[in-house]
Design a protein around this ligand. Structure first.
Ligand SMILES: [Zn+2]
Length: 316
C-alpha cells in the first residue's frame, strides 16, 4: 500500500486515464527535470479546480499617511480616481533627502524602487515601496516527499499572494497650507503633482505587476504551475514571507529569504516605476514648477494669492 501522498499523485498524473501503478512507474523512470515538474500534479481537471495555473496575485494598497485630507479647507486639488487623498507628512529638507534614499534593498544596480520626482527634489516626494505578502505562509506551503529525490521539497498550495504598494507622501514643512493663502495654493499644487505619482504607483500594483508576474519564469513555475521547489530554494526565494512584515521598519533592515521579491523588484517594478515617474515629469513638471515660482515671486512683491478654500490655484 503506497503512502497517501504518493498514491494521489500517481492516480492523477495523466489525467485519470492511466492505471495508478503504471503511471507512477513511468514517472519514476523519467529524467529528473521532467520528474520534478510533473510528479506533484493532479489531473488537469483537478488542477484547474484547485486553481493551478490561475494567477494568485491580488493588489493591495497601503497608505502610510494615516490622516485623511480635508479638501474643503484647501484650494482646489484634482484628486485622481482611485486615490484616497491623505494629509502628507511635513518634513524638513534633510528628512526629505533621507527619505528619498530609503528603499527596500537590495536592488539590481541602476534601478530604483522609489518614484522619484523633480518637484520632489525640493518640495514634495512620493515614496512607493513594492513588496509581496503571503497572507498565511504556513498554510500556503507544504513539504512533499518525492520518491527518488534526496532533497526535501515543498509545494505552493495556492491562496492569494498580495502585490503590495506602500505609499507615503512628503511635503516640505515650509509649504504648510495654514501659513498664508500663497502657501495654501502652493501646497495644493505640490500635493496635486504628488497624487499623480500615487495614481501611477497604484496602477503598478493593480494592473502592471500582476500581469507581468504571470510572465516571470520563477513565478510561473512555483506560484502558478505549483511545481515542487527544493527546500533550500524555498528558503532563499520565499521563506522570508513566513512572518508578518512592517514595511516601514524593515526599510533599513531587510530580512533574508526574499530572493524572489528582490529579483522582481529589481527587474520588473523598479524600471517601470522609474519610467512612469520620468514620463509624468516630462508631461507636467515644468508647468507646476513655473506656477509655484509665479506664486512665490508675487508674494515677495507683496501680493498674496487672492483665492481661498475651493479656489483655483492656477489662477491669481
Ligand atoms: Zn514628481
Amino acid at each position: 500500500m503506497p503512502r497517501p501522498g504518493r498514491s494521489s499523485r500517481a492516480t492523477s498524473a495523466r489525467g485519470g486515464g492511466a492505471p495508478e501503478e503504471g503511471t507512477w512507474r513511468e514517472l519514476q523512470m523519467s529524467p529528473p527535470g521532467f520528474f520534478r515538474g510533473m510528479t506533484l500534479d493532479l489531473g488537469s481537471a483537478l488542477r484547474a479546480a484547485a486553481g493551478v495555473g490561475a494567477s494568485p496575485f491580488t493588489p493591495r494598497i497601503e497608505y502610510l499617511n494615516p490622516s485623511p485630507l480635508q479638501p474643503e479647507r484647501l484650494p482646489r486639488i484634482q484628486i485622481p480616481s482611485g486615490v484616497s487623498p491623505r494629509m502628507p507628512h511635513f518634513v524638513d529638507t534633510d528628512r526629505l533627502i533621507r527619505e528619498k534614499s530609503r528603499q527596500l534593498p537590495p536592488l539590481a544596480s541602476g534601478s530604483s524602487v522609489q518614484v522619484r520626482g523633480g518637484l520632489a527634489i525640493t518640495r514634495g516626494l512620493t515614496m512607493a515601496h513594492f513588496y509581496l505578502d503571503f497572507p498565511d505562509f504556513g498554510a500556503q506551503w507544504r513539504e512533499v516527499n518525492l520518491r527518488g529525490l534526496t532533497e526535501p521539497h515543498c509545494q505552493f498550495l495556492g491562496g492569494n499572494i498580495q502585490v503590495v504598494v506602500a505609499i507615503e507622501v512628503f511635503v516640505l514643512e515650509s509649504y504648510r497650507p495654514e501659513v498664508d493663502s500663497t502657501n495654501s495654493a502652493i501646497f495644493a499644487l505640490v500635493l496635486e503633482h504628488e497624487l499623480h505619482h500615487v495614481r501611477d504607483s497604484i496602477d503598478l500594483a493593480v494592473s502592471f505587476m500582476p500581469a507581468r508576474l504571470l510572465g516571470d519564469e520563477l513565478s510561473r513555475r512555483y506560484l502558478i504551475d505549483r511545481q515542487s521547489i527544493e527546500r533550500r530554494s524555498l528558503s532563499y526565494y520565499f521563506e522570508g514571507h513566513r512572518l508578518p512584515r512592517n514595511v516601514e521598519t524593515e526599510l533599513d533592515q531587510p530580512r533574508s529569504g526574499l530572493g524572489f521579491e528582490t529579483l522582481v523588484r529589481g527587474s520588473i517594478w523598479g524600471p517601470e516605476a522609474s519610467r512612469r515617474a520620468d514620463a509624468l515629469h516630462a508631461l507636467e513638471l515644468q508647468r507646476y514648477a513655473d506656477r509655484i515660482q509665479d506664486l512665490e515671486r508675487a508674494r515677495v512683491n507683496g501680493r498674496l494669492w487672492r483665492g481661498g478654500p475651493g479656489g483655483d490655484p492656477w489662477r491669481d
